[in-house]
Design a protein around this ligand. Sequence first.
Ligand code: FES
Ligand SMILES: [Fe+2]
Length: 384
Amino acid sequence: MSAEQAARTTEKGLQKPLDGHYFHRPDVFEREQRFLFRDSWLCAGHASEASQLGDYFTRTLGREPLLFVRTKSGIKGYFNVCRHRGTRLVADECGRAAKNFQCPYHAWTYSLNGSLIGAPRMKGAKGYDPEQLSLLEVPTQEWNGFVFFKLGAGGHHHVHEQLDDFPDISPYGCEDLVSTSRRIYQVSANWKLLCQNYGECYHCALVHPQLNDISNYLSGGDQESGECFVGGPMKLNRGYNTLNMTGNTERGNLPGIDAQLRRPADNRERDFERGVFFYNIYPNLLLSLHRDYVLSHTLWPTGPETTTIICDWLFHQDQVQQPDFEDRSEVEFWHLTNQQDWNICEQTHIGVRSSGYQPVTYHAGESCLAEFDRWYLETLCRTE
Ligand code: FES
Ligand SMILES: [Fe+2]
């Protein structure tokens, strides 16, 4: 426990929320960007976003523009920065490159593997060596079908080490899912408030009546936490079988869940049928596992007081190919829930940046937030 964290523990053992300055001060944001985000494996998105050779997608982390592209040897990541004079190479959110990327400024051209393969009238120029002018690579690795990347040299060498103690989610078969819908949100709130909001359902009865009708806000199960995650299950109320606008669907389970349910009840690790599992995978992935689909949110802080959130609805590729497949009800449900969450987080952001905010203590149902704060403070302090 860090000294700062110890000072936040009240006499009753409850932990005080973070002080307000953590949520708006530019110097805190800079420190997070330089240390916490650079030396963690971060989720770029789901691998199905770039399933064919040349498929690419772009992201922005703080002031770092990034490009991810499917090559013959898997998905590779690069700084989305031209080696000539630094222009952002690709502006589109996603697309398919026929063979290469051409800078829109002076037409320097790079292969999918990042090599500089063309630079008009540069041959013979002093100091020009195309061998030394490949796009700068950002290491990428896959974990359960999601693409992770790391900008800095610190932290774990492999994403599997960072998530070594994460529970087995293989029954959800995330690598066989595809994103069928996406919403991108610009939220005027610090990224940590969004993580903390995700980690508790104390707010659900008031903020999400449609969610509370299907999964009671007190139905949360045992908290699970590890070095780089916190989360746990919520239960569906009796009579409901998923989270969507009606709480029911004809859609079957994901194949791996079916396999689990064929096992004797006392031989199953989890209540896959009634449990919906929510995990905050530090620092930027929120993963919500339903028995028939998966929802992912990736967080992209754009400043101390603003965050871009990319939300994807992921279904099994076989289900998606069914002629009657549709995800409207699930999209409507979570889009509504998202908007309710972002709105309340924006209101919280306004409050916590005020000198009138004096943190006292968390509610017992907010233990995941205390755990998140532990990780956050330890990680930041480790870098001092
Ligand atoms: S900045 Fe890219 S080609 Fe000049
Ligand atoms: Fe919420």
